[in-house]
Design a binder for this molecule. Sequence first.
Ligand code: TRP
Ligand code: ZN
Length: 885
Amino acid sequence: MRTEQPKMIYLKDYQAPEYLIDETHLTFELFEDHSLVHAQLVMRRNPARGAGLPPLVLDGQQLELLSVSLSDQLLEAGDYQLDDSYLTLHPASASFTVDTSVRIHPESNTALEGLYKSSGMFCTQCEAEGFRKITYYLDRPDVMSKFTTTVVAEQHRYPVLLSNGNPIASGPGEDGRHWATWEDPFMKPAYLFALVAGDLWCVEDSFCTMSGRDVALRIYVEPENIDKCQHAMNSLKKSMRWDEQTYGREYDLDIFMIVAVNDFNMGAMENKGLNIFNSSAVLARAETATDGAHQRVEGIVAHEYFHNWSGNRVTCRDWFQLSLKEGFTVFRDAGFSSDMNSRTVKRIQDVAYLRTHQFAEDAGPMAHAVRPESFIEISNFYTLTVYEKGSEVVGMIHTLLGAEGFRQGSDLYFARHDGQAVTCDDFVKAMEDANGVDLTQFKRWYSQAGTPRLAVSESYDAAAKTYSLTFRQSCPQTPDKVEKLPFVIPVELGLLDSRGAAMALRLAGEASAQGTSRVISVTEAEQTFTFVDVAEQPLPSLLRGFSAPVKLSFPYNRDQLMFLMQHDSDGFNRWDAGQQLAVQVLQELIGQHQQGQALVMDQRLVTALGTVLADESLDQAMVAEMLSLPGEAYLTEISEVADVEAIHGAREFARKQLAEQLFDALLKRYQDNRELSRATAYVAESEHFARRALQNITLSYLMLVGKPEVLAATIEQFDSADNMTERLTALAVLVNSPFEAERAQALAVFAENFKDNALVMDQWFSVQAASPLPGGLARVKALMEHPAFNIKNPNKVRAVFGAFAGQNLINFHAGDGSGYRFLADLVIQLNAINPQIASRQLAPLTRWRKYDSARQALMKAELERIRASGELSSDVFEVVSKSLA
Ligand code: TRP
Ligand code: ZN
């Protein structure tokens, strides 16, 4: 850990590197109680920085320096300076070599950054700044180098030795050891370096690229998981084809490898030619992984593969530009998933997630722009804003330019910047140049944090047959205090007539109508658009497909929302109308709850969902989405002051009302689908996902009514399902039910059957940690005592604490502050084990502004306690201090 106070780094201070590293030659000697890293760096003065020879400052942390030479001259203590973070040398010529040997301790590295061990294998995680924990280096993304890596390890324990690029030599060594050398022909920054050594098996396949080259594909896993790789392999091949067809991007090396590891801070990492994945993002088969897990694997495999171009071939100049690769790559993987499954359903899920979680981030103390101006710890900026909002920003460019214009822009971007480390401005410039447009104002999306509001009002002039929409945009202040100027907000819209038909759209001044759905750009603080030839008062359908990440408001009444649910030609907006209707109804119930009144639900919500449920022509996945009421976290986000009990009480009341009143229809859809599930083998495909999604949500409603025949059906599904999707839903439904004996029985059976499968046990933990029944904290504490729990494993931490603090709001926000105290204790403990995970678990406490004053005080007190708890990692320090500022 550090010795000084962590300091803020600013984008405005960016300077190109003083020196470059043309070649990097690494040798790793891996042992059980330490490892040795020998590095030879072939370096020169960066000509862009002029002629002088300033000191060479190499990054390095937690390294034990054994020797250092400059151009083959062994240096003595006085020849260099060394502290906790840097090794400073004094080159005497413009070209030179640096040789270092260091000792490191992967065997005791619990931060999972740099070189570490996971389930007996060695692996690395270098993004963002982990390479400096491996060797002394210029650990910044604009220093790109050609890497050659030799790994030496005991043959018996580590038969497989991998690194980036192509294998060029290998052989036996002394004392039962062996070695392998890998060479990566592509220049890359150090954050894309990877090494793996372990006893791994692999599934092998091949892919013939668009130009006819054969690429070997390998997925490496622990031997017991060899039967769970096929879905990831299929996903990889689909991704490779899709990127050729959609973006013209061909893979470049002769081999592409994925390695699954059990201890990993995030989902996966795009190291050149050697992706390293959280095993939860690779392993999937019917018996052990849900449909959701299958889709997550498909999406993450694609995401990391797509980084080969958007991230690796064209990389980031500095970490402020992180969204250059992440926002664009999320946009690319979302396009892929939309093509593999249902575009509308994918959009609904992404928007629900963005609105719940990214909007909350944007409204909290860690709010930052898609391209932040400053940070203390870059690991804290792998955020929903950089990823998800960044993807929305790329999506808006796509909307503004159209598919063809966007493709021309991306072609120009890749051609112009191949092999370079560039900025978000370079990305936008390529889009502008390829299309002859000016995106200057649009770029405010990269620099201004906060979620814009867009208030819309209408006026219809029956005599003139004109219809005007007036848009007023504003953006709340964020902690960075950046002055908010108007955004360019693309609004896709349509107008419906009284029969629900789409009306032709002709703006004043246009010669003729232009379609029935179109995109207008709101660019001013207030702006009116007038449509002409509008024969009757229309109903507007606004922000179709969620064409911009804003909070739009229009004074719809509930009948109008029901009308849009039925008639809007835009599937996303049909869903959204249902959500807006549900929000209105739930807010009314929340008000009744707060006034101590009896809860009375507006029957229109029952009618609307009943209609959806009865319509067998609708996509079943859509029906499932429409039946899902807005979550408690979303209701919290849209509240001025969130009332935890009222939100939970109102939503549960509404769910029960729907279950009771729609019981027969729910039962029919459930039984039909369960019948089909019983009759067909599991298939991980879109149509089947859809069927099971509806089956499962109907079951969770039905169980709220507490009839014995539903309990019997749940137990039948739990016992005899041939797949984890049905089994886990049945388990969750039982866990949240009042049937104590059946719940205990199911939990015990499940744990007994799956005790050896860590990923399945994660689900078992999660389902319990998320249960809203009273006594949640005690249950969570008991889970931590279970033998399968391990605080050093991030998946376990997420399964238990992530589920508790993120999904179990009624228990986490207990009025006595016990949930907050528990989370703070955990963060203090994790701070010393794994700062990145500690900092992430802290997020719920940063949302204190949303709650009543009693809870605010309790949450702040816990943040204060963390701050005073001792030596904080830069990760936790930044979040705590910004939350209390
Ligand atoms: N670049 C990775 C991605 O695909 C993110 C990532 C993986 C990461 N591991 C990490 C970021 C560790 C920070 C720390 O999105
Ligand atoms: Zn990524």
